[in-house]
Design a protein around this ligand. Sequence first.
Ligand SMILES: [Fe+2]
Ligand SMILES: [Fe+2]
Length: 248
Amino acid sequence: MSLVKELYEPYVLPARARISTDPVMRRLVDPAIEPAVLERFFIQLNSLGVYMTEPVEGWIRRAGNRCIAEGLDSMGRALLTHSKHEAGHHLLMIEDTHHLVRRWNGRRRPALHVERLLHQHPTDAMRAYRQLHEDTLTSDLPMGQIAIEFEIENLSMVLGPHLLSNGVRVLGRETLEGLSFLKEHVQLDVGHTAFNSRLMEELLQLMPENARMLAELGSQALDIYLRFLGDCMHSAEDSLWNPTEAVA
Ligand SMILES: [Fe+2]
Ligand SMILES: [Fe+2]
């Protein structure tokens, strides 16, 4: 059995289970969800998601540099290469926001403003997400970044396809044109997750004693990301049902 399965996964399974049991995640993949709520959710996911995605390249690069500084050369170089594959992904979210808002404004009310959406205040979960990365990268265990990335890319691989297919079912195929970030990540993160799991295996061979700590970091990241998805859903609903308190 792999070390990932033996030493790490037992401690992340409760967090991973919430991808399919959390009430918000269940609603997002439920064909009975109100179409306007799902459409508005996708707009929030992309516009707020820029804040979550823009620093990813830098986080992975910093983890790579820390590994090299600590003598973990091959792992460090692998991270530096992976960091380049994450460059500019937030730009897809900006494009998707433009696309989705144009489509929304052509058919629905209240009218939305892209610039206001892109300048919304980050929620607590969003701030916590950045903070977790900062704390990890400046800690004695910067390789915790690998566990965080492992869980988040696994999330897009596991939840992404269901989210996309529900989007098509509820909103029609045209909606895919405004979901390029999600579409690309459903495909890309299969490869990235395989890469992360090899790196995790290597890491656990070096430091099996840190397995539980790594799993706690991975679980925290996943929990925070699920909270973020919950924020996107709740703000989507608020903006529809209480337009005077709308976030944008
Ligand atoms: Fe990405
Ligand atoms: Fe990725």
